[in-house]
Write a new protein. Sequence first.
Lengths: 401, 448
Amino acid sequence: MLLLAFMGPGIVAANAGNDAGGIATYASAGAEYGYRTLFAMVLVTVALVVVQEMCARLGAYTGEGLGALIREQFSIRVTAFALLALVVANVGLVVSEFAGIAAALELLHVSRFVSIPIAAVAIWVLVVFGTYKYAERLFLLLSLVFFAYPISALLSHPDLAQAGAQLVYPHFLLTKDFLLLVVALIGTTITPYMQFYVAAAVADRGIGPADYPREKLDTIAGSIFCNVISIFIIIATAAAIKVRGPLESAKQAAQALTPVAGRFATQLFAIGLLGASALAAAIVPLSTAYAISEASGVERSVSKSFRQAPLFLGLFTGQVFIGAAIALIPGNLIALLVQAQILNGLITPILLSYVLVLANRRGLLGDAANGRVFRVVATISVVAVAVLSLTVLVQFVIGLW
Amino acid sequence: MATHDSPSMVSAMRSRYEQRGERLTALRHVRNALVSLAGLIGRPVLDQANGEIGTVVDVVARWDGDRAYPPVTGVVVRVGRRRAWLPIEAVEEFRHGLIRLRTARVDLREFVRRHGEVELARDVVDHQLVDIDGVRVVRASDLYLARVADVVRLVGVDVGFGSILRRLGPARLRSRPTPEKVIDWASITSFGSQHGPSGTLQAAESGLRRLRPGELADLLEDLGRAERRELLAALPPDQAADALEEMQQGELVRLLRESDTVDAARLLSRMEPDEAADGLRELGTDEQETLLAAMPVEARQRLATLLGYGERTAGGVMTTLLVVATAAEPVALVRERLRANRAHDEDLAGVVVVDDDGRLLDDLTMTELFLADVDITVHELIGPPWPVTVTPQAKPAQIAHRLVESRHGSVVVVDDEQRPLGRILADDVLDALMPERGRLPFPRRRRS
């Protein structure tokens, strides 16, 4: 916990990427393609660093969240489109968090038709009645279990030569499933929700231009650190699951922790997944509600009653219960988790475009606006993500016929 | 700290409404003639013969000091690919979704913003404003203009969600005003352009001055950085310092971090020393030193001493505000001194009596002073009950114990040589003993 107190917003935000959807997606990547997604992860890391840095810079130099900035800098319709995209992406995330809770508790033999409704009501009560802070610490503590992955990855004698080669050797598989998975990897790593989070967190801590160099380091280090963990999750799963194929259950994913936990791997995995999912199941809908309230001008809303802040609490409630309801639909939970990340991956380039335009604007950031070189790198990152998403979208539409 | 529903707050608001003179949006003929700004943007500008010469890009108003309703000075019109300037004098008709010119031909010059002018659609709509009557920060979803005594003025702001929806719809519907939540411009403080050349705060200044410190603190917490800086700069320094004392710890730290060192140091040195020290404690050592170095010597020494004590000790929670008397002084003089400190009445629980070396002799309660004859000296009041003292290092539990033991309402903090340093009231001890009651951890911590 002491460690967490010292973490800057950059590290915290990036680590939020390792939530239920993240674990499921990285584990799927390892199970299905072994080490072959590692090079894609290197590219994703570069893009994540670029994006998170822009968001942190926007927060530091303007002192405002992305919601307010978009409202002030774009026309009302363009703003509404951005916020709608954010809501859709985040509802998808909430679904995946509840699916994560269900998957974790199914490992402990609790039916999802029991666990999801109870979790939804519990999270709602905790947040609305204001005792969430203590629950949050517990969840955070539980989710630290995932730091066992790097150890597990090293203990499992992975094929380091092959992993290393895959990290640096540029390649892609041009199959539909591989592209889908890459979009899911993007969606879970460069989540729209994280961009809003990091800008708001930086602004709220009063980090200004003077403190920004340190914050910049924190953001970059956090993004890289987080993706190193993600890469270890892929390696650990690839080493543990020998038969290549889509991940079928959370139990299979839990095998990756066997080198550390032995026969308690399942339980350890369940605890970590529960913590990470429960944490995000509250924070994601809160951050959506916050961004929208901020943009519509009812800023003072976080600790008010329903009557005083209907928009804020209505948005929060709606997301929690709609998310929980969708997660209840019978089906493969791991597949649902990955699908939610694909949805995020499709929406990510939309919001990235806003971030890019804002960070390019000299009228807003003055000399802190993107320089020429940075602008090229950032534009390439955003365009690459957009092209991938579009490809997957086009394939999907063609597949409908 | 400001409780919005307390009776005193309600009566304060009521009196504020009564003090306000005529409110333009309350007049029926103005209400009927409201023109929605959002409804004008993108709509045609017609000449006398109904020929279209361009479309409205923005409406420009002049922020001028004390006048409550800014006059419109002109319209920015897109003619072909140019942004041309149309002075308001050339406009004959100014109504819903339509601007018609007075003359057949106009001299279209390039638009150049003059000092004090604000482009309403670009700089005000969708930006933060302060509603002084409602004591809240709002975001403008539309602005209303009206012709009042032959001058087109900005008269109101719409903050309703309905107006946002109306603006999302087709352009034809946008011109219809939906004044469901209109705030009269007389009660608005606007920040004009944040990033442009003429960043001038347009404030109903007298309105700002009527706000209580707790209310100002709430507003400052809700504003964006640029707006907060402008609002702080517009306040008299003492009022700003009072507001800072009422701010939540985390918000105060944020404000100190983002302000210029000189401004932050000036505000801190005007705050109550214990509140200022609490804020400084949250900052890093480097930041503390930079701020202290920028303060006047006296304030620096006072704060440095306070910072030397631990946060959760008597030295950390005490108020350094003491009314001191010597034994030889007449009671009347002491009462006079108390009266001079009336502004701090919440922190005054008694008067400490010291000898010539500054050592504590007694702690007189208000009751003792009140019941005493005016013409006696302090000397005659010295006697039991004797003062309850603690050292600056005492822990809250120890202080609470001393208070319970003695049944006093406050204790005096003294140094090793019995010289009084400050006072701790029973409620300060309560604050120190109660665990922090937080609420939502993301993304802004709010007091419950």
